[in-house]
Ligand binder design. Structure first.
Ligand code: ATP
Ligand code: MG
Length: 426
C-alpha cells in the first residue's frame, strides 16, 4: 500500500456517510425534543475573542489552562476556537438584545487540545441548552429532566444524574477557606501530596482540586460543601430535588461535584451512564447567575447543560449500513440508454435517490454495481418495456419483479419509506 501524504489531525474525525446518517437521525430526534420544551436554536462563530473564554470560564480551569486553541490575527488580536458554548451563547444573547426569558439551544463543534483517547477528542460536537432569565427551582429541574429524557430517548442506559448545590459565591468563599485549611494541614503532616496542577490550583481555586482526576479521590474526608450552604440555598436545592422526584428522574446527590467551570453557582449536575462507567460524563451543566453581569450585561440568572455527541454515538450505537440509491436504472442498449437518462432525470425530480452506470456495460455487470452500491431496486428499461410505456422494477433483495407505469415509481418509494418508518429505521 502506498503511504498517504496527508492524514487528519490527531483527535479529530471525518464524519463519513454512515456516521453522518446516524448523526442526522440522532439530531433530528434531539432537536424535536428540545423544541418541545420551548427552545430555539442558535449558532455562534467558531472563534471568539480569547478574553471571552478566559474571563467567563476562569483562568484556573483545565480549559483555559491548557486546552484552548488560540491564535493571533494579522493585527495581533487574540482569538480562540470555541471550547464550549455557554460563554458565546450568553455573549450573543446580550449582544443581540434577545429578550429574557429566553430558551436557547445549539448544536456546535467545540475545540479542546486534550490528549486524544476514547471519548475524548480535540474537535467534538455538543448539543447544549441555556435557559436564560429565570431563577426558580422548577427551571433547574426542568432543564435537568430534559437532558435526562433526551439521553434516555437516545438509548443511553442506566442513567444517573449526579447532583449538587455549590451555593452562592459567599458560601463558596467560606468553604474554600475551610478546604484550604484542611489541605494545608494534611500537606504539613505529610499525609497529602498534590499533583503539580493542583499545587498551582490550590491558591487560585482550591475547589478545582475536588474535580481533579488524580487528587479528587484523595480528599474523601475533606469538609463537604453542603455543610456551608445557607438555609436559603438548601431550600432552593431541596425544591429542585422535589421536582426531580416528581418527574421520576433518577438522581444521586454528589456533595463533591463542583464542575470545572468558574461561572457556576447553586445547582450543578452531570449525567452519567453506569453502563459505561462514571468517568465518561455524557452531559454536564449547572446554574450560572453572574455570567451575564460579568460580561457587562444586566443581572440575568441562567442555567444550562451541554452533552457530547460522540460519546453517545460511540457508546450506544452501531454505525448502520445505509441503503444506496433507491432506484438503480439499468439499460440494455444505446436506445434504451437514451430513454433511461430521461427517466433518471424524472426520478430525481421526484427527489428519489437514484443512479445508473453511464459507461456501456452488460446487464449483469450493471446489476453487480447496483448490488455493490447497496441499491434497493433495479429499474430495467428494455425495448419491450419502452413499447408498453412501462418499466420493470426488480427488488434486489428478493428478486421479485413487477411491470409498472413510470409514475408508480413514486408510490413504490413511498411504500418503502412508510415500511421503514414503521420499523423505526428512519
Ligand atoms: P471531562 O470531565 O470529561 O473532561 P468536562 O467537564 O470537560 O468533561 P464539559 O465541559 O462539561 O465536560 O462538556 C460537556 C460534555 O461534552 C461532556 O460531558 C462530554 O460528553 C463532552 N465532552 C467534553 N470534552 C470532550 C472531548 N474532549 N471529547 C468529546 N466529548 C467531550
Ligand atoms: Mg474536560
Amino acid at each position: 500500500m502506498k503511504t498517504l501524504k496527508y492524514r487528519r489531525p490527531r483527535g479529530t474525525r471525518d464524519i463519513i456517510p454512515e456516521e453522518y446518517e446516524l448523526r442526522e437521525r440522532l439530531l433530528e430526534k434531539v432537536q424535536k425534543t428540545i423544541r418541545a420544551y420551548g427552545y430555539k436554536f442558535i449558532i455562534t462563530p467558531v472563534f471568539e475573542r480569547t478574553e471571552l473564554f478566559i474571563r467567563s470560564i476562569g483562568d484556573s480551569t483545565d480549559i483555559v489552562e491548557k486546552e484552548m486553541y488560540t491564535f493571533k490575527d494579522k493585527k495581533g488580536r487574540s482569538f480562540t476556537l470555541r471550547p464550549e458554548g455557554t460563554a458565546p451563547v450568553m455573549r450573543a444573547f446580550l449582544e443581540n438584545g434577545i429578550v429574557p426569558p429566553a430558551k436557547l439551544a445549539y448544536v456546535m463543534n467545540m475545540f479542546r487540545a486534550e490528549r486524544p483517547q476514547k471519548g475524548r477528542l480535540r474537535e467534538f460536537w455538543q448539543v447544549g441548552v441555556e435557559a436564560i432569565g429565570v431563577k426558580d427551582p422548577l427551571v433547574d429541574a426542568e432543564v435537568i429532566e430534559m437532558g435526562y429524557s433526551i439521553l434516555k430517548e437516545l438509548g443511553a442506559e442506566k442513567l444517573v444524574v449526579l447532583l449538587n448545590s455549590i451555593g452562592s459565591i459567599d458560601e463558596r468563599q467560606a468553604y474554600k477557606k475551610a478546604l484550604l485549611d484542611y489541605i494545608n494541614e494534611k500537606e504539613q503532616d505529610g499525609s497529602l501530596d498534590l499533583c503539580e496542577d493542583c499545587k498551582r490550583r490550590k491558591n487560585k481555586n482550591p475547589l478545582r482540586i475536588l474535580d481533579c482526576k488524580i487528587d479528587g479521590p484523595k480528599l474523601k474526608d475533606a469538609p463537604s460543601l453542603t455543610e456551608f450552604l445557607s438555609p436559603e440555598s438548601l431550600k432552593y436545592f431541596n425544591e429542585v430535588k422535589k421536582y426531580l422526584d416528581r418527574w421520576k428522574v433518577n438522581y444521586r446527590e454528589e456533595p463533591r461535584l463542583v464542575r470545572g467551570l468558574d461561572y457556576y453557582n447553586h445547582t450543578a449536575f452531570e449525567i452519567v451512564s453506569e453502563k459505561i462507567g462514571v468517568q465518561d460524563t455524557l452531559l454536564g451543566g449547572g446554574r450560572y447567575d453572574s455570567l451575564a453581569e460579568d460580561m457587562g450585561g444586566p443581572a440575568t440568572p441562567a442555567i444550562g447543560w451541554a452533552m457530547g455527541l460522540e460519546r453517545i454515538i460511540d457508546y450506544f450505537y452501531r454505525i448502520p449500513i445505509i441503503p444506496g440509491p433507491f432506484y438503480f436504472v439499468t439499460t440494455v442498449n444505446e436506445f434504451s440508454k437514451g430513454y433511461a437518462i430521461g427517466l433518471l432525470k424524472k426520478i430525481r425530480e421526484w427527489k428519489i435517490p437514484s443512479d445508473m452506470t453511464f459507461e456501456p456495460k452488460s446487464l449483469k455487470a450493471q446489476m453487480k454495481i447496483a448490488d455493490r452500491l447497496n441499491a434497493v431496486k433495479a429499474v430495467i428499461v428494455g425495448e419491450d418495456e419502452i413499447k408498453l410505456q412501462k418499466v420493470r422494477v426488480r427488488d434486489l433483495e428478493t428478486g421479485k419483479e413487477e411491470l409498472v407505469p413510470e409514475k408508480d415509481l413514486v408510490r413504490i418509494y413511498e411504500e418503502y419509506l412508510a415500511e421503514r418508518r414503521k420499523k423505526g429505521l428512519i
